[in-house]
Design a protein around this ligand. Structure first.
Ligand code: CTP
Length: 402
């Protein structure tokens, strides 16, 4: 059980915070809700009190004998502010203490997650962006809002991510307090996910079974540690991971271009994508017809090796500039072949996981051996893809902050 403070700003998305509160309570946490005064216009105090089982106050003049503005912040394991309005971000960045929530933010020494929600113009305004940068520089986790339908007829970035996604980030942040070293605050993490498709004609392609679940688990784990996360996603049909920037691609060559463009400045690069080694030499502009008879063997040509190229570029840009992690999904686990693949790719870690038998593609679980270029090897027993991602990020983070 952890002590969580749920700060609620005055935005229409306050109703989604009710669901987040319910999930936090069901997970066994003690949750104290601190709305701003105006937030109560959207969801009233009785709702917060009934759902949390705790009293609710917005100012520092209630239960003064307990000195709540100091005590609540000092005793918290985690503060989550959802929704965080532009006004609330500004007050937090300026260090104001004009109500119980902002006073609590000043006294809290635990991780703080802000989940902003507002209209796109307000989110993109330089003032808001500067406040977000200030909060991040101080170690707060600011989850980028999702894009989509906003209040009224507007749409664009500014939506509060779904409560389930925020709950996941809160849980991962709490567990990183106890068993993980790795804060990645203000670090950049670049991840490839999914499986590339190589088109034969407008309706057919050569592809693979990768769903992107392992890559999206990395995105969640990295966001929960405060990193700025970009995912290059090949044909992934999952909802975008909260707080990450997603760049959709289709083919290996598109993924190659996107990864190489995004890699400079990234602290950790993780290639979970299943990349087609070959593509058809030609793509028919028109659908290939059955009457033409069975196709003669499709002539293939080699795709670029993205991981090897990332590792080679990194090597040119100086020592220890970036940690590069590759994946190898294998049906046979031959340690010598895996070591040879690590050397061939030139990356720092190769996560070797067996596919088949309820593991790997499209399943919830994964187990792996992580080979290090320094000769190390670590066994990660069967666990969820989120837990595997967290364990691999621990190894990568330890390389950045030895
Ligand atoms: N990879 C890549 N570009 C490619 C092929 C693979 O970046 N064209 C990356 C994958 O994302 C993965 C790692 O390389 O992180 C290993 O992929 P794998 O398919 O196991 O490697 P291959 O070199 O294709 O070896 P194999 O002969 O086993 O297919």
């Amino acid at each position: 059980m952890s002590r969580v403070i749920l700060g609620v700003g005055a935005g229409i998305a306050a109703y989604k915070a009710c669901e987040l509160l319910r999930r936090l309570r069901e997970a066994g946490h003690q949750v104290r809700v601190i709305p701003t005064g105006d937030a109560l216009r959207f969801v009233g105090a009785p709702t917060w009190e009934a759902l949390s089982g705790e009293p609710v106050a917005t100012d520092v003049w209630t239960s003064v004998e307990e000195v709540p503005h100091v005590r609540l912040g000092q005793g918290a394991d985690l503060v989550v502010v959802a929704p965080a309005t532009a006004d609330l971000l500004a007050r937090a960045a300026a260090g104001m203490a004009s109500d119980l929530l902002t006073a609590t933010l000043l006294t809290a020494r635990c991780p703080v997650i802000f989940a902003p929600a507002m209209h796109t113009e307000m989110w993109e305004h330089p003032a808001t962006q500067a406040n977000v940068a200030t909060l991040r520089a101080r170690g707060a986790i600011v989850v980028d809002p999702a894009a989509g339908r906003l209040t009224g007829s507007d749409s664009g970035p500014g939506r509060l991510p779904e409560p389930a996604a925020l709950f996941e980030i809160a849980e991962q942040t709490l567990s990183s307090l106890t068993d993980r070293a790795g804060s990645l605050a203000s670090r950049r993490v670049l991840i490839s996910a999914g499986g590339t498709r190589e088109e034969l004609d407008p309706v057919r392609f050569l592809g693979n079974w990768s769903t992107g679940r392992q890559g999206y688990a990395f995105a969640r784990a990295a966001v929960a540690r405060g990193a700025e996360v970009t995912v290059v996603a090949a044909n992934v049909e999952l909802p975008d991971p909260a707080g990450a920037k997603v760049i959709p691609v289709v083919s290996a060559r598109e993924m190659h271009a996107a990864m190489l463009a995004e890699a400079p400045g990234a602290d950790i690069v993780v290639m979970t994508a299943a990349v087609a080694d070959y593509r058809p030499v030609t793509r028919s502009e028109r659908k290939i017809k059955k009457e033409a008879g069975p196709p003669s063997p499709v002539e293939l040509t080699e795709n670029p090796d993205i991981l090897a190229d990332l590792a080679a570029r990194r090597a040119q840009s100086g020592p220890a500039a970036q940690v590069v992690v590759g994946f190898a999904a294998e049906t046979d686990t031959d340690p010598d072949a895996a070591r040879a693949k690590l050397a061939r790719k030139g990356c720092d870690f190769l996560v070797v996981n067996q596919v088949g038998n309820g593991l790997g593609f499209g399943t919830g679980d994964n187990e792996a051996v992580v080979l290090g270029a320094d000769g190390s090897s670590a066994v990660i027993g069967r666990r969820s893809k989120d837990a595997l991602a967290a364990a691999v990020l621990d190894l990568a983070a330890a390389r950045i902050f030895p």
